[in-house]
Design a protein around this ligand. Structure first.
Ligand code: NAX
Length: 331
């Protein structure tokens, strides 16, 4: 039998945490053969709720779950973890300035970076979910210099999956037959959901999404804004932000990163930019990636038309501004 892997979930007493931990314990993140030990971190005001989640994990008697650590101490929670899913953060509240929210998250991510750097497994893979996800991941990278930069990523897979879902609904095809959409840039409303390379499996072979939809007007406007604004639409409907879809997409992100993407397919991940596609190096930017042997690689050589170029630049611009704002919070 395989040795258990230790998986940290921060903010584990929150909404996404509540949806995510049972998925991990059922093997959806790391596979049905991989035993896990869950490490759950939250803050003191949520300690009792966190303990309640731990009780439910025990009650569910998951065969793959070999232990649960529930803690409000970052060092205890980070010790020995192989995968870290960072869901905890400070949410923007009504009337708060962007800078104040950024400042709270910078200080959280700075200190959790140190705890991971000192106490996690050396090859720990990190996924930041908490917003501003790209910039929180960048701060984490800056303050955990001994963790390989390739191991620090942020979640844009939910946006990617939303794009697949929209195409599937529009064409009345199975979502599993749609592939190779791309989310470029920030996990925010400036993200660019790009279908120019996306295809659908049909009985006549793979067909470009543009050829099947036959409505460039819809693809260039409604589709893009629907994906960009989907988070807000969920809040409006549920009075709560997306949780089950975020948790499921976080599992997809880690599973594909660890187990590999399928032949001919890519996924979107927020990763440390090397300047590919003329994006500024040194940002955590969402790119199309393939994964093999536990490593992601940015898909190269895709043609970027003028419409797309502007959108790639716009979201890069926002990320550069977020980066400056985050750095101004450090001094
Ligand atoms: P909740 O407010 O339900 O849960 C957040 C939890 O984090 C709470 O239990 C809180 O006590 C805890 N927390 C706060 N500070 C902490 C700290 N310093 N250390 C550990 N835990 C801490 O929010 P939820 O709906 O679960 O969303 C969590 C985060 O995901 C938010 O930042 C949200 O904006 C972000 N999202 C990101 C998405 C993405 O695709 N990247 C999509 C979904 C979601 O909106």
């Amino acid at each position: 039998a395989k040795n258990p892997l230790r998986v940290l979930v921060t903010g584990a007493a929150g909404q996404i945490g509540y949806a995510l931990v049972p998925m991990i314990a059922r093997g959806i993140m790391l596979g049905p053969e991989q035993p896990v030990i869950l490490h759950m971190l939250d803050i003191q005001p949520a300690a009792e709720a966190l303990n309640g989640v731990k009780m439910e994990l025990v009650d569910a008697a998951f065969p793959l779950l070999k232990g649960v650590v529930a803690s409000t101490d970052a060092v205890e929670a980070c010790t020995g973890v192989n995968v870290a899913v960072m869901v905890g953060g400070f949410p923007r509240k009504e009337g708060m300035e962007r800078k104040d929210v950024m400042s709270k998250n910078v200080s959280i991510y700075k200190s959790q970076a140190s705890a991971l750097e000192k106490h996690a497994a050396k090859d720990c893979k990190v996924l930041v979910v908490a917003n501003p996800a790209n910039t929180n991941a960048l701060i984490l990278k800056e303050f955990a210099p001994s963790i390989p930069q390739k191991n620090i990523t942020c979640l844009t897979r939910l946006d990617h999956n939303r794009a697949l879902g929209q195409i599937s609904e529009r064409l009345s095809v199975q979502v599993s037959d749609v592939k190779n959409v791309i989310i470029w840039g920030n996990h925010s409303s400036t993200q660019y959901p790009d279908v120019n390379h996306a295809t659908v499996k049909t009985q006549a072979g793979e067909k470009p999404v543009r050829e099947l939809v036959k409505d460039d007007e819809w693809l260039n406007s409604t589709f893009i804004t629907t994906v960009q604004q989907r988070g807000a639409a969920i809040i409006k409907a549920r009075k709560l932000s997306s949780a089950l879809s975020a948790a499921s997409s976080a599992c997809d992100h880690i599973r594909d990163w660890v187990c590999g993407t399928s032949e001919g397919a890519w996924v979107s991940m927020g990763v440390y930019s090397d300047g590919s596609y003329n994006t500024p190096a040194g940002l955590i930017y969402s790119f199309p990636v393939t994964c093999r042997n536990g490593e992601w690689t940015i898909v190269q050589g895709l043609k970027i038309d003028e419409f797309s170029r502007k959108k790639l630049d716009l979201t890069a611009q926002e990320l550069s501004e977020e980066k400056s704002l985050a750095y101004s919070c450090l001094s």
